[in-house]
Structures are given as C-alpha cells and as structure tokens.
Design a protein around this ligand. Structure first.
Ligand code: PMP
Ligand code: GLU
Length: 400
C-alpha cells in the first residue's frame, strides 16, 4: 500500500514554481543563469505599500483576522471592482486568500465532486488542471490553435460542455500566451454559456492591468451581467502591484460560494497574512499611476523579445496583447541535433538544451498543454533579456 494518496499521484509539482527553485539553486552554485521562468515582476513593491505594512505592525495588527479578509480590505476590493470593472460586490460576496492560487484552490475544493468536469482552454496556466485533479474533478482541455491566437472559439466551448460541466476557467490576458479576449469575443463566449445554466465561470483577471497597444480590458460578468450570478471574478495584487511574496488574492462571487470558500479556508490557513492585508488596502486605495508606467516598460520589453525571437532560426513568436509572457513556437527546431549530439524531440528537450548549454531558464510548453512551444517571462531587466535573446539565437544557430 502506498503511503501517499491516489489523488496525489495524479498531479505534478507546479513547473513554474519548480523552475524558480531550480534557477535559484543553480545561481547559488555559481552558474551563470538568466531566469526567464518565474511569472513575477522584477519591480519592487511600491514604498507606500511597504509603509502601510510597517505601520500595521507598529499598530499591533499582528493577530488573526476574519477568515476571508478584514472589513477594510473587503471595502477596498469592493471599491476596486466598482471602479475598474463596473461590478457591484458587497462584503459578503468577497473573499481574500493567500494569493489568487489559494482562492482558486478553495473554490475547487468547495464545489467539485468526483468526476465533475472543468473546461480549461489550452495553453493554460499550469495550476488549473492539477488543482482540479487534486479535488478529484476532471479537467476537460480545449486545445486553442496558434492561428486563433490561442483563444477559444464559441464553437469549441459549446462542444466541450456536457451535463457534468461545473466550471469554465477563463484567463485573459493569458498566462502563458499573453493573448486577451476583447469585449466581442467575451460576449460570444457568454452567449454559449447562457445556453448552459449549470456551468459556472472563473474569470481569472490577474493580468488585467498589464495590457498593451490600447487594448481595453473587460471581465466576463461586466460584459454579460446575466452571468454575474454564476461567475467568480478572480484577481489579486501579485502582478499589478509587484506583490507576489505578500500572498494576497481575492475574488467576488455569489454569497453561497463565498461562504463555501470561507469554510475551506477556516480549516486550512485560517486567514491571509494580517500584515499583507493592510498592505493590500494601501495598494488598492493608494496611487495607481505607477501601474501604467511599469506597463510601458513591459511593452518595450515585449517588443524587444518578440523582435529578437522572430530572428532566431526555427522559432516563431506572436505579439501578445498583455501579461508579461511570450509563448513562441519552437516547431522549427524539433528534429535537429545539438552540438553534443542530442536530438531535440520535444519542447522539454529544447528548454533543457537552453538551460544546460546557454544558461537560459524558460518553461516548456508541455507544462501549459500546448507544444512544441516554450514560455518566456519578460518581467526581468532589459539587459538580461537582451543577453538571453542573444543566447537563445546562438543556441538555435548551433543546431544541425
Ligand atoms: N492566475 C494566473 C493566470 C497566474 O499566472 C497566477 C500567478 N501565479 C495566479 C493566478 C495566482 O497568483 P497569486 O497566487 O500570486 O495571486
Ligand atoms: N503565475 C506565475 C507563473 O506562472 C508564478 C508561479 C506560479 O504560481 O505558477 O510563473
């Protein structure tokens, strides 16, 4: 009899988190590694946010809080949803967790019975299918082709839904592709969902602020108010406010679901970190101008990376609408041989070659459910990106 559960055997460790650990180890061992793996801004958390956390500590706000968030933070989140998304959520329709990841985890734990289906368009963020599997649900993966900019068509959504479908997880702008759904595309998906009243939706909006070229962000419940009663609008401070380590994510949803999420959280982490909650209040209520300034820096880096990668032999890279990832195809290097005589058969072989031969860490497309591709996070310094692109181009040129 195995000590670990069958359930555990169905999942794998997060590939993105694992790569962050591996590159830290390699760097500590003295290797010259450029890490384009982790999806976290290289910018610092703003000073006003740090100061709010320090002030909270000094005021003695260091004890447990209400399970799913302080009243102050819920008020700041309600104001954010109203101001930025035109959505009305009251305090009992809001939950706060230790990151958007925990909110998602709790929502799945609170709602999935064995065999319940969750529709996940691919490429997807690595954690979606595994969280569903851990809760004994069934991920239903919908492949979204490169020539549709990796976006799901209404027809494909309709075909994926069965009487057992409980959720659709929609992420725009997307991790890993950076593709974003515009208002009309969301409305077309919403029309399909209106025909299937048993299906609830997670709208993962964590990259909402990081959009380029005048793209106008909308969230699903805003585009189709008839879906408000079955949508969990997921967001957090990690990306826009450069607060990944503070671990604050939040969502707005119908009260019954929010209560279920709180029940799970009360039996796991109790409440999100008290000090981080105080910091998140300041992030959401304080000055927002820096977000646009930082997004402009990301845009320049996107342009640089897309341009350079398209010059590398065997790679092809689309121009994403948002987030801080590119998801180039490496179809043109498959079948080639490295200078050490290793054959590149998969995108995993290619990223292994990039790391071993050139010290560039990226994530294989296999982890995101669409191959042969790889993901680059360009949330790192322009100098590091330039050097990484040079190394990737050299690595491609060295293949025979
Ligand atoms: N959704 C997506 C698509 C993400 O890329 C991330 C980043 N890890 C999250 C949710 C959750 O982030 P966090 O747990 O830091 O809020
Ligand atoms: N979302 C980020 C990424 O994809 C952070 C790591 C994680 O939570 O997956 O790299």
């Amino acid at each position: 009899m195995s000590f670990t559960s069958t359930r555990l055997g169905k999942i794998k460790p997060s590939a993105t988190v694992a790569l962050t650990g591996l590159t830290a180890e390699l760097k500590a061992a003295g290797r010259d590694v450029i890490s384009l793996g982790a999806g976290e801004p290289d910018f610092d958390t703003p000073d006003n946010v740090k100061a709010a956390a320090i002030a909270a500590i000094e005021r003695g706000e260091t004890k447990y809080t209400a399970v799913d968030g302080t009243a102050e933070l819920k008020a700041a989140i309600a104001a954010k949803f109203k101001r930025e998304n035109g959505l009305d959520y009251t305090a009992n329709q809001i939950t706060v967790g230790a990151g958007g990841k925990q909110v998602l985890f709790n929502a799945m734990a609170a709602t999935l019975d064995p065999g319940d289906e969750v529709v996940i368009p691919a490429p997807y963020w690595v954690s979606y299918p595994d969280i569903v599997l851990l809760m004994e649900g069934k991920p239903v993966i919908v492949p979204c082709p490169e020539n549709r900019r990796y976006k799901m068509s209404p027809e494909d959504l309709d075909a994926a839904i069965t009487p057992k479908t409980k959720w659709l997880i929609l992420n725009s702008p997307s991790n890993p592709t950076g593709a974003a759904y515009d208002r009309d595309e969301l409305k077309a998906l919403a029309d399909v969902l209106l025909d299937h009243p048993q299906v609830w939706v997670i709208s993962d909006d964590i990259y909402e602020h990081i959009v380029y070229d005048g793209f106008e962000f909308f969230t699903l419940a805003q585009v189709e108010p008839k879906l408000y009663d079955r949508t969990l609008t997921l967001n957090g401070v990690s990306k826009a406010y450069a607060m990944t380590g503070w671990r604050i994510g939040f969502a707005g949803a119908p009260e019954a679901l929010i209560k279920g999420i709180a029940k799970v959280q009360s039996q796991s982490t109790t409440n999100p970190c008290t000090i981080s909650q105080a910091a998140a209040v300041e992030a959401l209520n304080g000055p927002q101008d820096f977000i646009g300034e930082r997004t402009e820096v990301f845009r320049k880096r996107r342009d640089l990376v897309v341009d350079r990668l398209n010059q590398a032999e065997g790679l092809g890279c689309q121009n994403p609408d948002g987030a801080f990832y590119v998801y180039p195809s490496c179809a043109g290097v498959i079948g080639k041989t490295t200078p050490d005589g290793e054959k590149i058969e998969t995108d995993t072989d290619f990223v292994t070659y990039l790391l071993e031969a050139k010290g560039v860490a990226v994530v294989q497309g296999e982890a995101f459910g669409a191959s042969p591709c790889f993901r680059i996070s360009y949330a790192t310094s322009t100098e590091a990106l330039e050097e990484a692109c040079r190394r990737i181009t050299d690595a491609c040129a060295a293949l025979a």
